[in-house]
Design a protein around this ligand. Structure first.
Ligand code: ADP
Ligand code: MG
Length: 345
């Protein structure tokens, strides 16, 4: 089932913030990540889709059907939250079977379905245990099995991995992808973890201050962010305040650089985005956008180094990444530079 939010605005009673004119569409079977900093409105999106909040403007539709006024249990959504939220007094199997019980599925049938789901998340042998005796990762697998047991049309995952250790997180991330694809459920996963969003999702919606900044594939978000905020969410970078001097040229204060200025007119204030891996180290004299300067701090990360490089005349260093850090000069290949809107403030 597709999932559509069309010009959705919402405000919590008495609160200044909520969601502001958000339009997002997830295709049938798509895994869409909702990314943004804490308090940006990510969970609000999920709560609205689930039917846990009322009083929004705009339209929310599941499979083309407007769900305004449709109660939670009739929306056929499965939900998993950061805090596992399992019923402590029920066994693992009873937890998984819970949604089926609510739907009136007979005992034998729901026990079989619960065991089948538990088998798929690798926990069949823990079916009789209480949730409290399981590790965090296991509990979250149970929560996932419970959400999927009802064959939801839409699966809503609200930071499902945030409470787990790094190793388990990685593993469960892959499992979520496998289970989600097997189930075919259209899925929204909320995360503030960049790697999680970019590696897991078909597309990512970036939300800030209740507004949708951009929705696109991970690759396009990284390569062509709409603004410096999205650039910051999708990876390390240096953002330089700049001004367009003429077509294809920007002035960053300490140098004039070749860059694709797109629709920006001469005189416009802009930002120039430089990704660390696009800084060429010690290029030959005569290379386009070559900048002399001084090396700064170097951090070793095994496969590569992150390094600072201070171009002559610049106030702050650029962040680079390469096997061998720059010593005397760098070059910024014009095709890799992105001209973005100026900072809002
Ligand atoms: P996120 O999940 O991105 O961290 P939320 O969607 O939970 O953010 O919240 C968005 C904004 O709405 C925040 O500013 C938060 O403080 C506010 N908010 C969330 N829940 C409530 C509530 N029940 N009452 C009032 N304000 C709320
Ligand atoms: Mg949240």
């Amino acid at each position: 089932m597709s999932l559509t939010l069309e010009n959705v605005s919402f405000r919590y009673p008495g609160a200044a913030q909520g969601l502001d004119d958000v339009s997002v569409q997830a295709r049938q079977g798509e895994l869409l990540a909702v990314m943004g900093r804490s308090g940006s409105g990510k969970s609000t999106v999920l709560r609205l889709v689930a039917g846990l909040l009322d009083g929004y403007h705009g339209r929310i539709a599941i499979g083309g059907e407007d769900v305004a006024g449709v109660p939670v249990w009739r929306r056929h959504v499965g939900m998993v939250f950061q805090q596992y939220a399992l019923f402590p007094h029920l066994s693992v199997a009873e937890n998984v079977a819970y949604g089926l019980r609510m739907r009136g599925v007979k005992t034998a049938e729901r026990e079989r379905a619960a065991l089948d789901m538990l088998d798929r998340v690798g926990l069949a042998d823990l079916a009789a245990r209480r949730p409290m005796s399981l590790s965090g990762g296991q509990q979250q697998r149970v929560a996932l099995a419970r959400a999927l047991a009802v064959s939801p049309r839409v699966l809503l995952l609200d930071e499902p991995l945030a409470a787990l250790d790094a190793g388990i997180r990685q593993q469960l991330r892959d499992e979520i992808r496998t289970l989600q694809q097997a189930s075919g459920a259209t899925t929204l996963i909320v995360t503030h973890d960049r790697d999680e969003a970019l590696s897991l999702a078909d597309r990512v919606a970036v939300i800030d201050n209740g507004r949708l900044l951009q929705i696109d594939t991970p690759q396009r978000l990284y390569d062509a962010p709409a603004c410096a905020t999205v650039a910051g969410f999708t990876g390390l970078s240096t953002v330089l305040p700049a001004r367009v001097t003429r077509l294809g040229m920007v002035d960053v204060g300490f140098a004039e650089l070749h860059a694709d200025t797109g629709a920006w007119r001469p005189g416009c204030a802009v930002s120039l985005l430089v990704r660390p891996e696009h800084i060429q180290c010690d290029p030959p004299v005569g290379t386009v956008n070559r900048l002399d300067g001084r090396p700064g701090a170097v951090r070793f990360f095994g496969a590569s180094c992150r390094f600072d490089f201070l171009p002559d005349g610049a106030a702050t260093p650029l962040l680079g990444e390469s096997r061998t850090p720059a010593t005397l000069a760098i070059a910024l290949a014009p095709e890799h530079l992105r001209v973005l809107p100026p900072p809002v403030n």
